[in-house]
Design a protein around this ligand. Structure first.
Ligand code: F6R
Length: 609
């Protein structure tokens, strides 16, 4: 499975388009840079060249620029499951080299389909789900269908969240997406291009059309057509003028990767849900249900996700894991570690020094390590007895945003499965809650832009403050800690995350003009009722007060100061939802202070020492 950038081109004049596709892939490196490859139609055959590495490295290693073809399809990959090896790089071919496929996302029922295809005699060369798609299309082509009909029939077999493109030996290029739009560029009389990002079309298209969920775009000869899946009825699309700021091309039109990654959160959630394979989830739940004791170890943002998970495991599975900083774990908890202990180690990078050292020590004592990481080629993935991929896709900004939400999603479904394994939840309830996560992702697609606008105006109020508190209680208490961390690292402002019950036990003395207090209204009713008076109190003392809470509730509507109103959702999703305005406030405050948002001083994406 993989996240990836897709770029293809077809010349209308028979000219070589390899250079265009290579430049397109270079611009899409923010979607992945573990592996890259091209499929080119040459002498009536599909030639595939691919390798491990960034597109520039791969270009040199396998001499991509030596290829010459009027129809080319390319990919740049980020591994979310199959490791970053040559065989797992895209494009993938079917058995007869008739079909090349590149993809982004995950086919969730891939393991079952793979086993079936192998039983039917297909030769599968990789651990990539998109190879399975090439073979499914092959089966349909053999039934005398054209590539469009064959792809539509193959789609009937696959589930998940993905986009893909196909190059067939007859020169047809095809693109399909379940949800995340793809873009077809039109350079009048010259060529068509296919891209995962509109901005990557810059210079190669005057106009474009957007391929939306369940649409199939087909470029064949000189024609371009869009069909609706599954009935293949033609869809009329009016091309739009392509307007892209050249300096933002490599960030998908956003000024910073951090903002781009926050806007990607809905897709990251869907990726996580499609990436994690049921058989590994079952295995992990089985381990947890039988554990003698459970520790969750992580640092920074990942530790905050681990703290939220303690609520999930307690409420949904009746388990009581201890979440602790990976640096602290070997000093105070290691004596209780032995056979029967399960250590859930969380690290988006999979390289954090304290996490790896603790995992090593726990393993020596006989513990079972369950690793959660966004990088399948990382040390954590290698040292774990079992690892579950976070599957958020690459995160380039140092401040973690979408990986945090995806980690929460993964921990939540793990706790749900553990609850089912322990007989506390029935299978139907687990499925229902997973469906809710899908609708949550859909809801975020429309909510994030308005949260962003509110966060930007809040940031303008906070810019004059010297520091402040982020306060909550219950399941969103760890989000107060996370919000404070985001403010520190992104906006260089002192902020302290606090449990609301502690506020009056000392911290209140700092509250005055020039100080901010950001409250996240707790989702637990009793805790919410106890928090509202603190908001009024902080406001009366002259602080700049911001409240993040349920926009439908009267008590929220009446709070003094600024508000960021959010929709009411299931209480277990509140940590995911409430962290988004805090990420955006930190982002805009960093922007107002003209800070290097994606690369804060002294920090690196993985703290390995
Ligand atoms: C915060 C941040 C850090 C990391 C921490 C752990 O935005 O990026 O606090 O969360 O260094 O990193 P991982 O998850 O890679 O182990």
């Amino acid at each position: 499975m993989s996240v990836g950038g897709i770029f293809g081109a077809a010349s209308l004049r028979g000219e070589n388009v390899v250079g265009i596709v290579l430049e397109g892939l270079r611009r899409l490196r923010f979607l992945g840079s573990d592996c890259a490859g091209l499929a080119a139609l040459m002498d009536n055959k599909i030639i595939v060249r691919k390798e491990r590495g960034d597109v520039e490295e791969v270009r040199r290693k396998v001499k991509l620029a030596e290829l010459s073809s009027p129809v080319v399809l390319g990919h740049t990959r980020f591994s979310t499951h199959g490791r970053p090896y040559r065989d797992n790089a895209h494009p993938h071919l079917d058995c007869d080299n008739e079909i090349a496929v590149v993809g982004d996302g995950a086919i969730s029922n891939y393991e079952k389909l793979r086993d079936e295809l192998v039983m039917r005699g297909h030769v599968i060369r990789s651990r990539s789900d998109f190879e399975v798609l090439a073979h499914l299309i092959e089966d349909e082509v053999k039934k005398n269908k054209d590539v469009v009909q064959a792809t539509a029939s193959a789609l009937g077999r696959v589930q998940g969240f993905f986009s893909f493109a196909v190059l067939s030996r007859d020169g047809t290029l095809l693109a399909y997406t379940t949800k995340k739009p793809m873009f077809i560029g039109i350079k009048e009389g010259a060529f068509y291009t296919i891209s995962s990002s509109k901005c990557a079309l810059y210079g190669y298209a005057d106009n474009y059309i957007e391929v939306e969920g369940d649409e199939v775009a087909v470029i064949s000869g000189k024609s371009l057509a869009v069909y609706r899946y599954p009935d293949l009825a033609k869809v009329e699309k009016l091309p739009k003028r392509l307007e892209v700021a050249p300096n933002l091309v490599e960030k998908d039109g956003f000024p910073h990767h951090m903002l781009r990654e926050i806007y990607e959160i809905p897709y990251a959630i869907l990726r996580t849900l499609s990436t994690v394979q049921e058989r590994y989830l079952r295995f992990a739940s089985h381990l947890l249900a039988r554990a003698r004791n459970i520790y969750i170890i992580a640092d920074g943002t990942s530790l905050h996700a681990g703290l939220v998970a303690t609520y999930y495991f307690t409420e949904l599975a009746g388990l009581s894991p201890i979440a602790v900083s990976a640096a602290e774990f070997p000093l105070y908890y290691i004596e209780n570690v032995g056979p029967g202990t399960v250590v859930i180690a969380i690290s988006q990078s999979g390289e954090t020094g304290d996490v790896i050292a603790s995992v090593y020590e726990a393993k020596l004592r006989g513990a079972t390590i369950l690793g959660l990481t966004n990088y399948v080629g990382s040390k954590l993935a290698m040292f774990s007895n079992l690892y579950l991929p976070i599957g958020a896709g690459p995160e380039l900004a140092v401040p973690a945003t979408k990986t945090f939400i995806s980690t929460l999603v993964l921990l939540y479904i793990l706790a749900l499965n553990a609850g089912s394994e322990l007989g506390r939840l029935d299978k139907r309830e687990v499925e229902e809650r997973v469906r809710t996560l899908h609708s949550f992702a859909d809801m975020l697609l429309s909510e994030i832009p308005s949260i962003d606008r509110s966060a930007e105006s809040v940031a303008k109020e906070l810019v004059l403050c010297r520091g402040g508190y982020v306060i909550s209680r219950g399941i969103t208490y760890p989000i107060a800690l996370e919000g404070a961390l985001k403010l520190k690292e992104t906006a260089y402002v002192h902020a302290e995350g606090m449990e609301a019950g502690e506020f009056r036990h000392g911290p209140v003395v700092l509250v005055e003009k020039g100080f901010f207090t950001i409250f996240i209204v707790p989702v637990e009713r009793r805790a919410a009722e106890a928090t509202y008076p603190l908001i009024t109190d902080a406001h009366r003392k002259g602080a700049t007060v911001v409240t993040i809470g349920p926009r439908e509730e009267m008590s929220f509507k009446n709070v003094p100061g600024s508000q960021i109103g959010l929709p009411t959702i299931h209480r277990h999703l509140a940590p995911m939802l409430t962290s988004i305005p805090l990420q955006l406030i930190a982002y805009h405050l960093g922007g107002l202070r003209k800070l290097p948002i994606d690369t804060p001083r002294y920090l690196t994406k993985a703290v390995t020492q």
